[in-house]
Structure formats: structure tokens, C-alpha cells
Design a protein around this ligand. Structure first.
Ligand SMILES: C[S@@+](CC[C@H](N)C(=O)[O-])C[C@H]1O[C@@H](n2cnc3c(N)ncnc32)[C@H](O)[C@@H]1O
Length: 148
């Protein structure tokens, strides 16, 4: 195993050199997510796999949440729609894309009295809950063997 310091928009590894890309709760923080997905596809060997977990959106957030710095650093305001994640993975040339939303994580956080989630609850229409907007998302994908 080897550790390298870098940015996900510019991974410090050669083309087609890694078997698997794993990431937990980082992609939402990138200001250039299409580039991150292109980097993932670039560094994977043909047949290589992606196992990413991140927060994603089921519907757009209210503007007050989108513009909140706390929500950005809390991995919420930078999250993108589940289908936008699929589109970026497809555009990067990945295949066998499987997206698995897991809303239970967000519901569980409601009991933590987390200030960010209190703020989100205050910003969304009465009767709705954060998990109507935000989900944990598992992304599995593969780089095609023929590199097409
Ligand atoms: C929410 S933490 C997740 C850390 C770890 N993956 C985990 O599951 O505990 C987000 C991490 O992503 C890093 N990060 C944010 N933007 C990044 C970028 N563009 N490139 C590389 N790392 C980034 C932050 O420094 C932070 O360590």
C-alpha cells in the first residue's frame, strides 16, 4: 500500500493504474464533479471498479440551504441529484452503474440534534423531512474492459 497526497480533481496516479477507486463523503465537496468522474475513469484499469459513498439529493434543496456555508462543509449543500451522479459517471465512460440510496442514515441523524439538520428542518416545507431531500448514496460502477 502507498499513500499519496493530492486532490480528487487531479489524482496523483497514472492512467489505467488502479484496480478500485473507493471514496466516502468527499465528492460532494468538489467544485468540479464532472472532472472528478473523468479522473476516476482515467486512473482505473480496464475492468477496474468504483465503490463510492456520498450524500446526494432526491430533489433540489431550498436556496437558503444551498447557500449555507455550514451546509456546504456539512457535505449537504455541495451534494448533487442522484441522477446527475449517474449522468457524470456515464459521461466519464463508466459502465454497470448501480446507485443505491440509503435514506435511513439521514433519518437517524434527526435524533442527534445536529445543528445543521435543525437548520435544514427549519428551511424545508412543514411536514417534509431532510430525508425527502438528502440521501446517502452508494455508487458502484466499472470501467469497461475494452476501454470504450
Ligand atoms: C467528510 S471528510 C471524509 C473523510 C473520510 N473519507 C471519511 O470517510 O472519514 C471529507 C474529506 O475530503 C477532503 N477533501 C475535500 N475536498 C477535496 C478535494 N477536492 N480533493 C481531495 N480531498 C478533498 C477533506 O479534506 C476531508 O478530509
Amino acid at each position: 500500500m502507498e499513500f499519496r497526497l493530492g486532490e480528487i480533481e487531479n489524482l496523483p496516479v497514472a492512467d489505467a493504474s488502479v484496480d478500485v477507486v473507493i471514496s466516502n463523503c468527499v465528492l460532494n465537496l468538489s467544485p468540479d464533479k464532472p472532472r472528478v468522474w473523468r479522473e476516476i475513469a482515467r486512473v482505473l484499469k480496464p475492468g477496474g471498479r468504483v465503490a463510492v459513498s456520498d450524500l446526494a439529493l432526491l430533489q433540489p434543496l431550498p436556496d437558503s440551504v444551498k447557500q449555507s456555508v455550514e451546509a456546504l462543509i456539512g457535505c449537504v449543500a455541495g451534494a448533487v441529484l442522484v441522477e446527475d451522479t449517474r449522468a457524470m459517471a456515464v459521461a466519464s465512460g463508466l459502465t454497470d452503474i448501480k446507485l443505491t440510496p440509503k435514506g435511513g442514515y439521514i433519518d437517524a441523524m434527526m435524533d442527534w440534534q445536529d445543528p445543521l439538520y435543525r437548520e435544514i428542518v427549519a428551511s424545508i416545507p412543514k411536514g417534509s423531512k431532510p430525508s425527502d431531500y438528502i440521501t446517502s448514496l452508494d455508487v458502484a460502477a466499472r470501467k469497461p474492459c475494452d476501454n470504450r
